[in-house]
Write a protein that binds this ligand. Sequence first.
Ligand code: 13P
Length: 250
Amino acid sequence: MRVPLIAGNWKMNNTIEESLDLANNLVEFSKKFDKNREILICAPFTALHALKKVLNGSKIKLGAQNMHFEESGAYTGEISAVMLKDIGVDCVIIGHSERRQYFNESDELLNKKIKTALKFNLKPILCVGETLEQREANAEKETVRSQIINGLHDINIEYLKNIVIAYEPVWAIGTGKTATSKQANEIISYIRSVIKELYGVNVSENIIIQYGGSVKGSNASEIMAESDIDGALVGGASLKADEFIKIINY
Ligand code: 13P
């Protein structure tokens, strides 16, 4: 059975104080929350250490939003998997469309990052999704297909239980335009079929595939009702405790 994963991606928001305030609210809520759901917050690097102390012993997992693929070395300004593990981080977002778009991250680079994350037992959330131009050209399936095939290149089947995929159509991120739940489910089912081709039915039926893009309290239930959608990767609406709690509690 696939347990839904509701993850907040705070992006470049929140000071340490704001992060702790938000996390404390979520921890309080999670104490009496008994639905079978995984909860994750992916915070800026600067807040991770302080957050770990607040989240320790709670149901809420901690994630980072990026990492370098090398374990250490002369990479000024970068953060390694070893450093994230040192803090006690559980997950790391890899290949968010904002990283692909603004920092030119390629599938080949992301593949290296995923391999390093897995080596250090950090669960990567591989983000895939088409741009508006690609959707208008009816190229959404071939886009996510090549992102999956190249992103997972040479990754052994034994690691697949530690990988999450997030389908985030670029045109739905931060725009208020959500893919309809049917559109999201169609592509997520397709992603599952690509995983089946690569790794077989057992893996494809068990891998967690989230939807992301303008998820809010008011549309979470409809999205999560779809058969192949196993969770949400939430940007803007994860920055307010009340709103994020509505999504967790869909
Ligand atoms: P929004 O929920 O703000 O559209 O962002 C989605 C996202 O990019 C999550 O990673």
